[in-house]
Design a protein around this ligand. Sequence first.
Ligand code: SF4
Length: 83
Amino acid sequence: MPLERTDPVVRIAVDLNRCQGYAQCAFLAPDVFAMHGEEALLYVPEADEEQREQLARAVAACPVQAILVDAVDVPAEAVSGAR
Ligand code: SF4
């Protein structure tokens, strides 16, 4: 199945074994991360263009570097379309 993405997307993963629930990320990127109760962290798995700046701040602020982000996905079709 071809990927039909039009926007570059950043994939997000949080290493929950590392995450200590400091909630820095939820504070800095409330569109992406949220605390559920005192310890459970909820997050969206993909960030769009608008969330990316927030996300970068959250990644930098996490005291245990638990937030992992993939390289930006640039759709191959968009670059190699016309030959
Ligand atoms: S800032 Fe890091 S340690 Fe704190 S809740 Fe977010 S991912 Fe977990």
